[in-house]
Design a protein. Structure first.
Length: 287
């Protein structure tokens, strides 16, 4: 039976580190985080609520910008520009997905790179590729924090990532390479995925395809990190990994829900505070 890696403990550790450093800092200023949502997506609203709750927990100012589904690209860029200029806001997060009529890349590029709390701006992505990991996308950072918590050295490890998205797969691959791990990234057009995933010391899946990863995909005693999250027709939540099958073959596994998700939100708090610390004190914050 695999060890189940619950994200709550890891997330609390990250948030506590932020709170303790804030208490030591002698300033009346408060870190500020803003989220921008276009439309009325129920899942996005739940995610924003969790970010709001986490912000209150660590003592951040939190601001929600809600735009209607029919908002234009110009209106969205205008709202982002106001946040770019707002001195009370350190981090800006664009809640994805955006409506189809909105250009996602143009939107992400409009965020001030120094406030790009999600680490998606090309400047921050480029820095991550070069090993300058100041603002790293929150979900890949969460995966890294889980691996670190389990005291796993990535050097020489075979890591297979089932995702080639720029949100998760690509930056996560860079983080592994920066730590001298060997990376294979697979996706829907990769032939014979199963043969590749079975070679993984660490298998990370982030497709959003429910229970895609069966026991046949997994090497015995490997580490399984499930980033996918899917709400099924009956209202239940599951991930990319068939948990009940794989738990009897893996060495350790993250559950869905309760695995990567809480750590991702904590990493959002961490990135916001890193921006604040750099701006106010000219210092990096590393935990």
């Amino acid at each position: 039976m695999a060890k189940v890696i619950y994200g709550k403990v890891i997330a609390e550790g990250i948030k506590n580190s932020v709170k303790k450093d804030m208490q030591r800092s002698k300033t009346s200023r408060i870190p500020g985080l803003a989220t921008v949502l276009v439309g009325d997506d129920s899942a996005s609203k739940i995610y924003i609520k969790k970010k709001n709750e986490a912000s209150k927990e660590v003592g951040f100012h939190f601001q929600k910008i809600l735009l209607p589904q029919e908002a234009t690209q110009r209106e969205l860029l205008g709202a982002i520009e106001e946040l770019n200029k707002n001195e009370k806001i350190n981090g800006i997060l664009i809640q994805l997905p955006l409506p189809l009529h909105i250009d996602e890349k143009k939107t992400i590029c409009s965020v001030d790179p120094s406030k790009d709390v999600d680490g998606f701006h090309p400047l921050n992505m480029g820095n991550t590729l070069m090993g300058n990991e100041h603002l790293v996308p929150c979900t890949p950072l969460a995966v890294l924090k889980i691996i670190e918590h389990e005291k796993i050295d990535l050097k020489g490890k075979n890591v297979v990532i089932v995702s080639h998205s720029y949100h998760i797969g690509k930056p996560l691959g860079a983080l592994v390479l920066n730590r001298n791990g060997s990376v294979i990234i697979v996706h829907e057009y990769t032939p014979n995925i199963q043969a590749l995933t079975k070679e993984a010391d660490i298998l990370i899946s982030a497709t959003g395809v429910p229970r895609l990863i069966k026991k046949e995909f997994v090497r015995r005693n490997s580490i399984i990190i499930d980033v996918g999250i899917v709400k099924q027709r009956d209202g239940s939540i599951c991930g990319d990994v068939d948990f009940n099958q794989v738990k009897n073959k893996a060495k350790a596994i993250t559950p869905v829900p309760g695995g990567v998700g809480p750590v991702t939100v904590a990493c959002l708090m961490l990135n916001t505070y890193k921006i604040f610390k750099k701006e106010v004190f000219g210092q990096d914050f590393v935990i």
